[in-house]
Design a protein around this ligand. Structure first.
Ligand code: NAP
Length: 330
């Protein structure tokens, strides 16, 4: 194999680790990455990768990216944004990528990172959830709704084509090079000295509600190895694969590791808050993330292990501790 791989979103938290892992794989000959910001590949010591600035909303740019490549890896997405902006990039831009992959004369495989959020936060989700459960999304959470919509779009756009489609559904990704989870905590935006003082004095730590919902985490390098497995596999069938590190964590453990003071709250209170938010008009998109803490969506990763041969190197607890160390909370 001597693969040419196109990657959208190579500059993101998963993208950097993915390109590094693709660079290290002998079957990958060349990688072409595209995102909007200026980016210097030489800073990462990459030798197989070329980078071009481009927007997935620009259909011509997407077609040029995938022309003459064997595999397309679609990572570009707006995770934290307004409902409107994210919908535009995530739905219209993703359609451009899916359609260009189908039309690309040389493209034979598409690897798309969906998310655990595609399943939606439903009280009747089986625990753990397997890939046999259809992704229903949750309309009250823009990201979940868009992830489910993208999977439906993918099925629609690729129906009847010969494209091999691999959909990965990671849980929350974290680690020293994926700090978005920590960055989302408002107190981590405080200047270093204030943050360190609060860390030293427990009563100054911000409270962090724990409604008893278990949390899965996966290390960015383990997501990257799953993507490389999907790009290069010659035995695993196309389809969806759940991706999560071993074990589950409490919200309290996550809050504590990220510098907060965990407070147990009744599960009913979290559900009630979430339901009130769902009914309010004009809710800021950021608040929609509260729905994610309402219902446990714990994934079964047996399929990725058995079929893709994927083995995470980091458990959920090790991933959290690597993240905490990287932000100075160890
Ligand atoms: N991080 C997680 O916890 C997690 C969990 C499950 C699934 N996922 C999924 O994994 C994928 C990658 O996530 P990530 O964590 O790497 O996200 P990220 O850190 O936010 O990176 C997003 C990437 O998309 C690019 N991008 C955004 N809009 C673009 C546009 N219009 N045109 C071209 N590129 C664009 C960004 O680069 P520019 O800003 O330079 O354009 C960046 O490279 C996403 O589909 C995400 O939903 C992530």
């Amino acid at each position: 194999m001597s693969l040419r791989v196109a990657v959208t979103g190579p500059t993101g938290e998963i993208g950097i680790s993915t390109i590094s892992a693709l660079e290290a794989h002998p079957a990958v000959a060349e990688i072409i990455g595209m995102a909007r910001r200026p980016f210097d590949t030489s800073e990462h010591g990459w030798t197989k990768t070329t980078y071009r600035q481009g927007d997935i909303l620009d259909r011509d740019a997407v077609e040029a990216l995938v022309a003459d490549t064997d595999v397309v890896v679609h990572l570009a997405f707006i995770i934290m944004g307004s409902r409107e902006e994210s919908a535009r990039v995530n739905l219209e831009g993703t359609r451009n990528v899916f359609e260009a992959a189908v039309a690309g004369p040389r493209v034979r495989r598409l690897v798309y990172t969906s998310s655990v959020a595609a399943y939606g936060y439903h009280s009747d989700n089986p625990v753990p959830i397997t890939e046999d459960v259809p992704p229903r999304g949750s309309p009250e959470h823009y990201y979940s709704e868009q992830k489910a919509a993208c999977e439906a779009l993918l099925a629609d756009v690729t129906a009847g084509s010969a494209l091999e489609v691999y959909v990965l559904r990671p849980c929350i990704v974290a680690g020293p090079k994926a700090t978005a989870l920590a960055d989302a905590m408002p107190w981590n935006q405080l200047p270093g000295p204030v943050r360190r003082l609060a860390h030293a004095l427990p009563l100054l730590k911000p409270p962090f509600p724990d409604p008893g919902t278990p949390v899965q985490l996966v290390h960015h390098d383990d997501v990257a190895s799953a993507i490389v497995a999907a790009v290069t596999t010659t035995s695993a069938q196309p389809g969806a694969y759940n991706i999560a590190g071993d074990g589950v964590l409490s919200m309290s453990a996550v809050g504590e590791a990220l510098g907060a003071r965990p407070v147990r709250v009744p599960h009913g209170a979290a559900t009630a808050t979430s339901e009130v938010i769902a009914r309010l008009p004009f809710v800021p998109s950021i608040l929609e993330w509260l729905h994610a803490g309402r219902t446990s969506v714990v994934m079964d990763t047996t399929k990725a292990r058995d079929q893709l041969g994927w083995r995470p190197n980091f458990s959920a607890a090790e991933t959290l501790s690597a993240l905490a160390s990287s932000i100075g909370n160890d």
